[in-house]
Write a protein that binds this ligand. Structure first.
Ligand code: BES
Ligand code: ZN
Ligand code: ZN
Length: 492
């Protein structure tokens, strides 16, 4: 993808073999119509499109031979007006389906330069494939160029931004799709150290010994049942011009068996996705560094493997988190909040202007919001900031409450707080948020809680059904573009 030639131009290319020209299809007054376009599509005139299977249904795609060996791809675009988000989805869908094309030319209506660049961004998000572990290696990518026809001028910087974002989303997907026998805390930390060398960031890895001296009791407790010890990876980006500081904290459970409170077989499948939060805050800071945004960012990757064993934490164990608070572990499967408690405490110590954590935290998130909306909780100011950034990126979030009255459900007889309410699933996602809130420090300047937002992406991190728009099957890479947009907002 890094070699993909990307351009936005007004110049209509000559028809040639290997080239696929994407035209939009809509329905007007009950009749199939091509959307506004600029290339010469006269060879299509007179064809009975409906009988060729052409449809205006979103993402439907029919190929029709064009002049000089070129191919027309007639892409269903629905009947609504096309905006930035729908163009991103259409760009991705066409790129995914046209996997034998050497060059894709998009000839869709664009109202401004953001529309034009969205098509390119979508195409890049759509062509990404995880080079999987099948013994027969996948077909080589043949796509060499994506061209968007538009009268709106797009700067090289805008195209470069989309390229950086798409690369980062692709890297998140690759890391998350990696099987858990190959990705574990130590190997994850090594990947971070190696890849980060090409970026203007500093990486510090705390191994199990350092975690002990530094009192990261949550990460250590969750990791103690595995033969593969836990890690905390801290990544810092600190450009000279920075005025604000953003802290990102990610749940990085490389596999979640549930521990001694073990999950049933069917619920355990997919738990390699439980490190998505860490992968997301990792790639977000690299993208922010690549974009050279004038903002200080610190990412904390809380990495552990949650396994049952003779050394694993038990229900009723009491552990001490980095900020000194004690937690009675009533359910070892509520492990994400334990590692995040350490990460949020450490982030708070640095007094950032905003803390955002990202986690596949609760099955309840999927029950409440399904698999397209990420749950957003936190302080009012931070929630508005995240809502705006998500909207700007075309990602879907939904604001959920942190009801104070839930706090008493986590009262413990022996410790400051329990990590779960046994025998009740009511408001499970909210209860997890209420737990996390206990580990956000207060601002020395205002005396109030540091602005904090929590994204529960348990429903959205993994797409179990077929690909749609720019969302592939499997790891989605959700929330990354929202985080970068938050950093952009704070840089202004
Ligand atoms: N990793 C899971 C949450 C999860 C579930 C993510 C399904 C993606 C899909 C988390 O660690 C967990 O097991 N949470 C428990 C919490 C409960 C024990 C309080 C849950 O959701 O059941
Ligand atoms: Zn769990
Ligand atoms: Zn988990």
């Amino acid at each position: 993808m890094t070699n993909l030639k990307l351009s936005v131009t007004q110049k209509i290319p000559a028809f040639k073999a290997g080239q696929v020209l994407v035209l939009g299809v809509t329905t007007e007054a009950g009749k199939l119509q091509l959307r506004e376009h600029s290339i010469d599509a006269s060879t299509l005139v007179g064809l009975d499109l409906a009988s060729l299977g052409v449809s205006s249904k979103q993402e439907a795609l029919v190929r029709i031979p064009g002049p000089n060996g070129a191919v027309f791809a007639l892409l269903g675009t629905g009947t609504d007006e096309l905006d930035e988000d729908s163009l991103r989805e259409l760009g991705a869908s066409a790129a995914r389906q046209l996997n034998a094309a050497r060059e894709i030319v998009f000839d869709l209506p664009t109202d401004d330069e953001r529309d034009a660049v969205s098509i390119l961004e979508g195409a890049m998000l759509g062509v990404h494939r995880y080079s999987s572990a099948f013994s027969k290696s996948a077909k080589k990518e043949v796509l060499a160029a994506v061209t968007v026809l538009s009268e709106h001028k797009v700067s090289g910087g805008q195209i470069q931004r989309s390229r950086i974002l798409a690369r980062a989303v692709g890297r998140v997907r690759d890391l998350v799709n990696t099987p858990p026998n190959l990705l574990f805390p130590k190997s994850f930390a090594e990947i971070v150290s190696a890849e980060s060398k090409d970026f203007d960031v500093k990486v510090t890895v705390l191994d199990e010994k350092a975690l002990k001296t530094e009192k990261f009791g949550g990460i250590l407790a969750v990791g103690q049942g595995s033969s593969r010890p836990p890690r905390l990876v801290k990544i810092e980006y600190k450009p000279k011009k920075a005025k604000k500081h953003l802290a990102l904290v990610g749940k990085g459970i490389t596999f979640d068996t549930g521990g001694i409170s073990i999950k049933p077989a069917a619920s355990m499948v997919g738990m390699k996705y439980d490190m998505t939060g860490a992968a997301t805050v990792y790639q977000a800071i690299l993208a922010i560094a690549a974009l050279e945004l004038p903002i200080q960012v610190t990412s904390y990757l809380c990495l552990a493997e949650n396994m049952p064993s003779g050394t694993a934490i038990r229900p009723n164990d009491v552990i001490t988190i980095r900020n000194g608070k004690t937690v009675e572990v009533l359910n070892t499967d509520a492990e994400g909040r334990l590692v995040l408690a350490d990460g949020l405490s450490a982030a708070s110590e640095e007094q950032p202007n905003l803390i955002v954590d990202v986690a596949t935290l609760t099955g309840a998130a999927r029950v409440a919001l399904g698999d397209r909306y990420s749950a957003l909780m936190g302080t009012a100011d931070a929630v508005s900031e995240l809502e705006a950034a998500a909207f700007d990126s075309g990602e879907l979030v939904w604001h959920m409450p942190l009801p104070v009255e839930l706090r008493s459900r986590l009262d413990s007889d022996v410790a400051d707080i329990a990590n779960a309410k046994i025998g009740s699933t009511a408001g499970g996602m909210l209860l997890a948020g209420v737990f996390l809130k206990e580990f956000i420090g207060s601002s020395k300047k205002t005396g109030k809680m540091i602005p904090w937002a929590h994204l529960d992406i348990a429903g959205t991190a993994n797409n179990e059904s077929a690909a749609y728009g720019y969302t592939p099957k499997g790891a989605t890479g959700v929330a990354l573009r929202t985080l970068v947009s938050v950093a952009e907002g704070m840089s202004r």
